[in-house]
Design a protein around this ligand. Sequence first.
Ligand SMILES: Nc1ncnc2c1ncn2[C@@H]1O[C@H](COP(=O)(O)OP(=O)(O)O)[C@@H](O)[C@H]1O
Ligand SMILES: [Mg+2]
Length: 445
Amino acid sequence: MITWKRLLPERIAGRFALLLTISLVSANLLALAVLSYERLRLDRAALIAREQERIVSLIPALEAAFPQVRPSLANSASTRSSEVTVGPTPLVKRQGDTRQALDLADALTEALGGRDVRTAVRVQRDDAKGGKRMAVAASVHLVVTEGETTQWLNIRSRGRRPSPPWIEEGAFLLILGLSLAAILAVGLIFVRRLTDPLTELAKAARAAGRGDRTVLVQTEGPREIQDAATAFNDMQARIARFDAERMRMLAAVGHDLRTPITSLRIRAEMLEPDEGEPMISTLEEMTVMADELVAYARGTGESEALRDVDIHEVVERACAERGVPFKCGDPATVRGRPVALGRAFGNLLDNALKYGNTARVMMTLDADAAVVEIDDDGPGISREKRAEVFNPFVRGDQSRNPDTGGAGLGLAIVRDVIAAHGGSVTLDNLPEAGLRATVRLPIRR
Ligand SMILES: Nc1ncnc2c1ncn2[C@@H]1O[C@H](COP(=O)(O)OP(=O)(O)O)[C@@H](O)[C@H]1O
Ligand SMILES: [Mg+2]
C-alpha cells in the first residue's frame, strides 16, 4: 500500500497524465491483440480456400493426363510452401475431425462429385523457426480409366508463420505516441484549468488565515470550482462583518466607560486627599484601560486600505517620534496598512523604552522578508511568560503601577497587525540583558 502511494505522482496533473497513459496504452494493446488474432484467422481461412481451389482445378487435368506425366504435372504444381504429389497411397490416412478439416472435405466433395476425399488441418509447431503454422493436407482419390492402378493426389501445404503482433512496431509506436501526445496536451490544459483556481484558493485561504479579509478569489470555471470560490468569498465577507462588529463593540465599551469614570473622578476629587488619592489613581488606571481598549479595537486597522508601504519609512518615523536610534539597510516595500504597522512598531518601541529604558532598532533585508529587531537593556521576559504576553490584558507584575500604565493590549495589537501582513513576531532575551523583539514581514520584490 505504502509503496504504491509513493509511486503515485503528487500533483493532479501527474496523476491524470498517468491515468491517461495507462488507459490509452492498454486500450491500444488490446486493440492490437484483437487485430492480430483476426488477421491470423483470415490468413488461415485464405490458405484453406487457396488449397481448395487448387485441388479442384488440378483434379480434371491430372485425370485427363497420361499416367506417366502425372508426377511431373504434380511437381510443376508444387510451390515452396505446398507440395503436390501423385501416388498409390493417400497421404491422409484418416479424415481429420477439426471443423476446418470437415469444412474443406465437404467443399471438395461437393465440387468433385463422388471422389474419395480426406483432409486434415492442424496447427503445428515450427521447430526450425519457432512459432506456430497451420498445416493443410488433402488426399483425393483420382478417377482413372479401368486397369490402371489406384492413384491419389496428395497435397501438403504449410501456412505462413503468423507475423508477431509487434511486427509494425514503428507504426504502432508512432500512432500510440501521437495520440498520447494529443490526449495528454488536451488533458493537461483541462487539468490546469482545474488546478489553477485550486492553487489560488489555497493561497487566498492562507492569507485569510493570517487575518487578511480583503483577499477574494475569482468565481469562474466549472461549477464545482465556482461553488468553492463562492463559499470562500462568502466566508471572508461573513468573518469580516463579524470582526468589524466585534471591534465596534469593543470600541463602544471602551468609549462609554469614560463618562462614568470621569464622573467618579470628579467625586473622588472632592474627598479628603488620603481617601481620594488611591481612588483617583485606580480611576486613572481604568481610563488608560478604556483608552487602550478603544485603541485595540481600531488598532488592527481593518478599516484602513491596503497599499504598498515602504517599511523602512514606517519604522524610521516610529523611531524618530520617540528619539530612538535606527540602523537600517535598504528600503523595502510591503503590501499593507501603514497606520496599523506604525502602531505595531510604536508599541514595541514603547515597551522597550518603558521596561528597558533604552531602545535600539536595526532593520535588515532577507531574500523575501524585512527583519526588524528592537533591542532594549531591561530585565527581559522569562521563558514561561514570553508566549503569554501576546494575549490581550496580560501584563507583567512590575507593570502594576500606573506610571508604566497600559492594559496589556500593546503586544496583542502587535501580533494581530503583523499576522495580518503575513509576518511573524518573536521575543527573545538577549544574552547580556534586555529583550529583543524580532519582526519579520514578507516584502514585495
Ligand atoms: N521590552 C520589554 N521588556 C520587559 N518586559 C516587557 C517588554 N515588553 C513587554 N513586556 C512585558 O509584557 C507585558 C505585556 O506588554 P503589553 O502587551 O505591551 O502590555 P502593557 O505594555 O500595556 O503592559 C508587559 O506588561 C511587560 O510585563
Ligand atoms: Mg505595552
